[in-house]
Design a binder for this molecule. Structure first.
Ligand code: SPQ
Length: 423
């Protein structure tokens, strides 16, 4: 995919549905009693992997345009799949499934693509075993994982990393335990699991960083309207901020406070971002308006990291066009995503002429140099591909994004939207 220096980005766009919420809507709908109609569903490869896994466990799921209907089988209605459950490239599917499978009466095997087979699963194996689950995995840390049915008991577990997937895996196993389950987070991570389970009638109490789930007798199905994904909106927020003359509206974006670190960081860098038409309750949404402005460097670290973890690659792009130094720290988790996102961004931004240094837990970007187009690798990682495409818009000359099709994981129409905007 070739990308040239962009004219100003103007107009209004809608980005696809939230990936985290789409996965959970299918999973929880499958475990509920009754029918769940999901609108705004993300038809990306990751969420389709989730649908596929639950179909293999006997759940009837209909897909039409951006609506999905899940015919719930109840908490104890899943059936043993024939063969392995294949989770593709999706860490969320893999880890949340582990929590659910830990509580089933049957055993089955879960695995995914080459990237998934390298991502750490020991973090979910440890607490699920403490709850009584039988799990084996390659080197006790990697897929394929085989999970056998066991009777589970509630635990109190301090998460070693701020991870919504780990938190969710433990809470989902807690649905099947004989007593309440408590997780303690080092810093708040996205809380869609807690909000959505509450909506289905489960008692989930949050007190600061301590979350306790009381095992329910059943989940009651409720329709879900999925907001647009702020992680996908992030690419256009940065594009609008760095391409001179831009003024862009992004409609109906989810602004759950555990996801809005990107807005806080960009504003601290001097970005002009307006939130209008704020609405919704369980998952608040708004329209975002971004206008070009001169950015400056900041330090991004500490508790904000889990609130913008997936946006750090594109924030690194913003930093390369900002005046002064940006330090990204406390972000070791970036090394165990779909790719090592620290190494990937340092290498690709360097190709464009940026001054970037890799550190133990992040990177230092000395911004403000004029950048030039180059041939950018994606490491088969959707967020690296889209981040470098945004970078290319503000580079002098032409760039090429190799393996552009990887965007289908979370944003199949990304390049169409970019082209439509004149990028
Ligand atoms: O699902 P997957 O592959 O892990 O996707 C990513 C992404 O960039 O889309 C991470 F690579 O998002 C995760 C996110 O980083 C989605 C997620 C969730 O829905 O619970 C939580 C975060 O991961 P973690 O490991 O911090 O819990």
């Amino acid at each position: 995919m070739k990308i040239k220096t962009s004219a100003p980005l103007r107009g209004a766009i809608t980005v696809p549905g939230d990936k985290s919420i789409s996965h959970r809507a299918v999973m929880f709908g499958a475990l509920a009693k009754g029918t769940t109609r999901i609108t705004g569903f993300l038809m990306g490869e990751d969420c389709l992997s989730t649908i596929d896994c639950f179909r293999k466990m006997g759940v009837a799921i209909e897909v039409a345009d951006d609506a999905v209907t899940v015919h719930g089988v109840g908490l104890h209605g899943l059936r043993q799949p024939e063969g392995e459950l294949y989770t593709g490239n999706s860490g969320t599917t893999t880890r949340l499934l582990c929590g659910i499978l830990a509580g089933q009466a049957f055993s089955c095997t879960v695995s995914g693509d080459a990237s998934i087979q390298k991502r750490p699963m020991g973090r979910v194996i440890t607490p699920l075993r403490q709850m009584g689950a039988h799990i084996t995995g390659t080197q006790d840390n990697f897929c394929p994982l085989t999970l056998g049915g066991g009777s589970l008991h509630g635990i109190t577990y301090s998460l070693p990393v701020a991870s919504a997937q780990l938190k969710s895996a433990v809470l989902l196993a807690g649905l099947y335990a004989d007593s309440p389950t408590t997780v303690i987070e080092p810093a708040p991570s996205r809380d869609h699991t807690e909000r959505m389970l509450r909506d289905l009638g489960v008692t989930v109490e949050t007190n600061g960083n301590v979350i306790t789930l009381t095992p329910p007798t059943e989940l009651l199905a409720r329709d879900v309207a999925v907001p647009a994904d702020i992680s996908s909106a992030a690419f256009f927020l940065v594009a609008g901020a760095i391409v001179p003359g831009s003024a862009l509206t992004i409609r109906n974006v989810g602004i759950n406070p555990t996801r809005t670190g990107i807005l806080d960081a960009l504003r601290e860098m001097g970005a002009d971002i307006e939130e209008t038409n704020v609405r919704g309750d369980a998952e608040p949404v708004c329209d975002l308006i971004v206008r070009h402005s001169q950015l400056h460097g900041i330090t991004i670290g500490g508790d904000i990291i889990p609130r913008l973890i997936d946006e750090l690659p594109v924030l690194a792009v913003a930093a390369a066009f900002a005046q002064g130094e940006t330090v990204i720290c406390d972000a070791q988790e970036l090394k165990v995503k779909e790719s090592n996102r620290i190494a990937a961004m340092v290498s690709e931004l360097t190709k464009a002429g940026a001054d970037v240094e890799e550190t133990e837990d992040g990177m230092i970007i000395r911004g403000g140099r004029p950048l030039h187009g180059a041939q950018f690798a994606t490491y088969k990682d959707h967020r690296i591909a889209m981040s470098m495409a945004v970078c290319a818009l503000a580079c002098a000359g032409e760039s090429e994004i190799l393996d552009p099709e990887v965007v289908a994981i979370s944003y199949p129409d990304f390049f169409d939207t970019l082209t439509h905007l004149g990028g």
